[in-house]
Write a protein that binds this ligand. Structure first.
Ligand SMILES: [Zn+2]
Length: 294
């Protein structure tokens, strides 16, 4: 396999805005060798403290988004996804897809947010990195127990700190445009072993839910771009039958849904949902019922 040119992974949003803001250190992610020795040695004394050590050993890099030995993970890995506890980081519409953007690689998906809109942690996990970081601006990286990492970038403010344990739905920070961002948005990445893959493999952005309780990552997964991804796995097909709407404007009530959980998932409020749907405080929502979201 040919090693990916280092620069191809770096330029988050640079194509959109090639001139770094003057107050930002224009430090490319791979402009210097990533030294993991220091964090690793300190991690050893606390072996077992970090999530997914079966994939990462006891290395715990709090300095860089990408990991020292990052390369497309070989073979196929099947990961269980905690779909029951998933919370959409932000339910704005997708403004930019994962994939090549001009000559550089866009390593995540851009979601529409307004300045200081809350950004939520997608799954339970531990904060691996939380700081101002070159083109990413204020960025938070969370490692989850299944080995996945989620990345929340261009934040205006960070509400968490390194090594903090988070639950799905905990506040990560406020949306912004720090780093190389052409406007306020959330740049959201999904990574495994340091390598970004198309977040659409994991998340159904139009319905704000996990695509399938099982995620299969092969070497091809890291190259899949745009909306058109591989044929769904049997599990995904099963999941698709429970999917409600192809638009983001309505939600069909599932067992276990509450107005509170829906408001959180879709980035709205219980009051707003009640108003839109003519519900009172005493109204009961039933599975199969359709709710307007906006
Ligand atoms: Zn982006």
């Amino acid at each position: 396999m040919v090693a990916e040119p280092a620069v191809s992974i770096v330029n988050e949003d640079w194509a959109a805005e090639p001139t770094p803001k003057s107050e930002q250190p224009a430090v490319a992610e791979t402009s210097k060798p990533v030294a993991e020795a220091r964090p690793e040695s300190s991690a050893k004394s606390r072996a077992g403290a970090y999530p997914a050590m079966e994939y990462y050993g006891d290395s715990w890099n709090t300095e860089h988004v990408r990991l020292n030995a990052s390369a497309t993970p070989a073979g196929t890995t099947t990961l269980n996804v905690d779909d029951a506890k998933f919370v959409m980081p932000s339910c704005g519409k997708v403004n930019s897809e994962f994939g090549m953007r001009g000559r550089s690689m866009h390593t995540g998906i851009d979601l529409k947010v307004e300045l200081n809109d809350p950004v939520y942690c997608a799954f339970d996990g531990m904060v691996r990195m939380a700081k101002l970081y070159g083109a990413y601006g204020k960025v938070v990286v969370v490692r989850h127990s299944n080995g996945l990492e989620t990345v929340y970038s261009h934040l205006n403010s960070i509400a968490v700190s390194v090594n903090q344990q988070l639950s799905a739905g905990d506040l990560i920070g406020g949306g912004g445009r720090t780093g190389n961002a052409s406007g306020v948005h959330l740049h959201f990445e999904t990574r495994f072993k340091g390598e970004p893959f198309n977040p659409r493999l994991l998340i159904d952005f139009e319905n704000c839910r996990v695509k399938s309780p099982t995620l299969v990552l092969s070497e091809e997964s890291y190259k899949l771009v745009g909306k058109t991804l591989q044929a769904p796995t049997p599990q995904q097909k099963t999941a698709a039958t429970t999917t409600t709407d192809t638009t983001t404007s309505t939600h069909t009530i599932q067992k276990g849904d509450t107005l509170y959980s829906l408001a959180r998932r879709y980035g709205t409020t219980v009051d707003a949902l009640r108003k839109l749907n003519g519900l009172t405080e005493n109204s009961i929502i039933k599975p199969g019922q359709k709710l307007r979201l906006r």
